[in-house]
Design a binder for this molecule. Structure first.
Ligand code: ADP
Ligand code: MG
Length: 701
């Protein structure tokens, strides 16, 4: 039985070696099991017909009924295509084919009624459907009994080899017919019955070939439940293991350095949220168990201070601490802030980045080993082989999502004993997503901004209103304020991006000419020293305007800069826009964020801009982002990668189910921590099967 599902896909009737190779390389389908778990990404209701008048390019796949009135050939070269005018009572559209022209014209002569199925698009202002499925309408009547037709995603390469969605569905059908046994249940019986789940065998058939929407829903629920449940069970087991196993250094006291700082150097009082988080961290540090804490807080909520105070506790207890930041600018900024705040206190802080000089490196290496260096701040230069700590007690990772899991692991391993770890993220993560991405970490949240902040006013302007924006900027400069202007940088079209920035710079220098105005520029192609001197000009208030690519996204703290202009704002993701906006509004002055866009916005872009103008709440923005785009695309999680492949669930949409199954998993582990009860045997085996290869990930995330 098990062996059957492990059979090489090439042996399935209708596959063969050549198609097997394609299934391997394009869809990662190697075995019967892989095919079985290749779930449809949606279902099309083939009983529903649209009229042409109802169509718009935002609709997914649609079905329409009408006649072809005539064919034409358009374009030339690679763009050469066959088009057909297709009409129903309500209007007409174009059907378009780039291949198979002869066959189409022969098989679908003008005249009879056809059913056309495809994704509407738009070209030259007219609705079209490229490479539609097309059938004579009398033939369609036969298969209307099963209304829900599964759609499988394919690739161009697969389709060119006739492995269309339809063909894949057919292969799945063949496989299910050959499966004469029942799939063994992968959840304990008591779970299946208590939570009223469809059994696995049934669910597997129905997910591919549902007869009713209700049945499909049950099958889906069952499979999602299982997938999410095992993920949570795994995360919670790791968290429990870590808590019971990983001894942590005990930072028993709050000592002289901390108190000195707190009483003499702290320029303001802590917010209630900062106090609460400090309490949580202190409890962890004194507990004897290694801390693994995620600190979430919106931009500007004061995470740096929390980081600094935590490091002081480490130092007071005789340990070293380090902060790792994702960019040189941010590391340099931390270095400045932190050295500044520690003024007059005997603590040695150093900055290590890729561009640090040899002599400084040498000094750092030596003072790390003789314990005279207390705090090391840096970029990923910190995880280079030759950086060795003598007694690293606390690791702080800022803007966590920019570091890969492996990079983090290397910092962990810099010590014989695992240091305490505080991960700080400036991009708020929706609760349920955090539950999965960081499900084995403890979470602290700073949910309050320091007092006296004036909320940033966000405005949207189209490019053609640029002149009124310039007028606005001029009056802000007259008032003595400074301005950021940011251009997008999108990997893959670097040349174009710099062109945007350079054109913009030209334009802005004409509007704000020297010597009256001083403009400073920062972008990723500059050497660090040039970058730093540009930043310095702006930081010291000598430049009125800073033109930059997104290198300034994180960390830059310049209270006198009160306007953030984001060019081509439609090209940025939501969390990035929010981050950028967070660069202003840091002083007592009213600040502004101006989103510049072209006149034509996609629905999604318009929604992003609308959300930005409406709210300043990072958590609300993150939720919206998750809704719009799904977690795979959320900036940040992309780099760190979701460490497992979700076959059916959607972290964005299935938030409630995630909470639900997490509670169930928690209950089970409370009763049976090692999953030793005979009723839970299935779970222990299931976990082993699913996660054996990935255990090392959870250790370090
Ligand atoms: P982030 O959480 O985005 O890293 P920062 O740590 O950079 O935020 O803090 C933003 C600004 O708020 C800094 O200028 C910092 O000095 C200031 N700040 C932090 N905590 C407080 C507080 N309790 N009261 C007033 N200002 C604060
Ligand atoms: Mg920060």
């Amino acid at each position: 039985m098990i062996d059957f599902l492990d059979t090489d896909i090439k042996f399935l009737q209708g596959v063969g070696p050549k198609r097997a190779e394609l299934l391997n390389s394009e869809l990662n389908i190697f075995t019967y099991r892989d095919l079985l778990f290749y779930f449809p990404y949606k279902y099309v209701d083939r009983t529903r017909f649209y009229t042409i008048a109802e169509l718009d390019p935002d609709l997914p796949f649609v079905q329409i009924k009408g006649t072809i009135t005539g064919y034409a050939t358009e374009g030339r070269g690679a763009g050469k295509r066959l088009t057909a005018e297709f009409r129903d009572g309500s209007g007409s559209l174009k059907l378009v084919w780039f291949r198979g022209v002869k066959w189409i014209m022969q098989n679908y002569p003008p005249g009879p009624t056809y059913i056309v199925f495809g994704k509407p698009g738009i070209f030259n202002g007219m609705i079209n459907i490229i490479h539609p499925e097309i059938e004579a309408s009398d033939r369609v009547a036969e298969r209307m009994s099963s209304a829900l037709q599964a759609q499988y995603s394919t690739t161009e390469k697969l389709r060119n080899n006739f492995l269309t969605s339809k063909a894949i569905g057919k292969l799945v059908g063949t496989l299910l017919k050959q499966m004469t046994f029942r799939l063994p249940e992968s959840l304990p019986d008591y779970i299946v019955s208590r939570y009223k789940l469809m059994d696995l065998n049934n669910a597997m058939h129905k997910i591919h070939f549902p007869s009713t929407p209700g049945e499909l829903e049950q099958a889906r629920y069952r499979l999602k439940f299982e997938e999410l449940f095992y993920i949570q069970l795994n995360l919670l087991r790791f968290r429990n293991n870590r808590r019971s196993k990983n001894k942590g250094f005990v930072f028993a006291k709050v000592g002289e350095k901390f108190n000195n700082f707190y009483h003499n150097n702290l320029p303001f009082s802590l917010t209630e949220a900062q106090k609460k988080v400090m309490k949580e961290i202190r409890r962890d540090l004194g507990s004897g168990i290694q801390m693994n804490r995620l600190l979430q807080g919106d931009v500007g909520s004061g995470k740096t201070l929390v980081a600094l105070m935590s490091m002081l506790i480490a130092i007071d207890n005789g340990y070293q601490a380090c902060i790792m930041a994702p960019t040189e600018i941010l590391a340099a900024q931390h270095y400045q802030t932190i050295s500044g705040m520690l003024h007059g206190i005997d603590i040695k802080v150093r900055l290590l980045t890729g561009s640090s000089k040899r002599s400084l490196r040498k000094e750092i290496t030596e003072s790390l080993l003789d314990r005279s260096l207390n705090i090391l701040i840096g970029t990923h230069a910190l995880i280079e082989e030759n950086v060795k700590f003598d007694n690293l007690g606390l690791v702080i990772i800022d803007e966590q999502h920019r570091f890969g899991v492996e990079q983090r692991a290397r910092l962990w391993n810099k010590n014989l004993h695992t240091p305490h770890v505080l991960v700080m993220t400036a991009t708020p993560i929706p609760r349920t997503l955090a539950m999965t991405l960081y499900g084995d970490l403890d979470v602290s949240v700073i949910d309050e901004l320091p007092p006296g902040r004036v909320p940033v006013k966000t405005m949207h302007f189209f490019d053609h209103d640029r002149n009124s924006v310039f007028g606005f900027l001029r009056s802000r400069i007259e008032e003595g304020r400074q301005i950021f202007i940011v251009y997008p940088l999108i990997t893959g079209s670097e040349k174009m991006d710099y062109k945007d920035l350079e054109d913009g710079w030209d334009n802005i220098s004409r509007v704000f000419p020297p010597p009256r105005y001083c403009i400073s520029v920062v972008h990723g192609k500059m050497t660090p020293s040039v970058k730093e001197s540009s930043m310095k000009l702006f930081r010291e208030g000598k430049a009125h305007i800073l033109i930059a690519t997104t290198v300034i996204e994180v960390g830059v703290d310049i209270p006198n800069a009160t306007v953030m202009v984001i060019e081509s704002a439609e090209r940025f993701g939501l969390s990035q826009l929010h981050q950028l906006r967070g660069r202003v509004g840091r002083g007592a002055e009213q600040s502004y964020c101006i989103l510049m866009t072209s006149g034509k916005l996609s629905k999604e872009a318009a929604l992003r801009i609308e959300v930005m103008v409406r709210t300043g709440d990072g958590f609300e923005i993150a939720e919206t982002d998750l809704q719009i785009r799904g977690p795979g695309d959320i900036e940040g999680t992309m780099q760190s990668g979701i460490p497992f492949d979700l076959k059916i669930s959607d972290l964005g949409r299935d938030g409630q189910l995630i909470e639900y199954v997490r509670n169930i998993a928690e209950e089970i582990l409370n009763d049976d921590p090692a999953l030793e009860n005979s009723g839970n045997h299935v779970l222990a085996t299931g976990l082993k099967k699913l996660f054996s290869k990935r255990q090392s990930w959870s250790d370090i995330s």
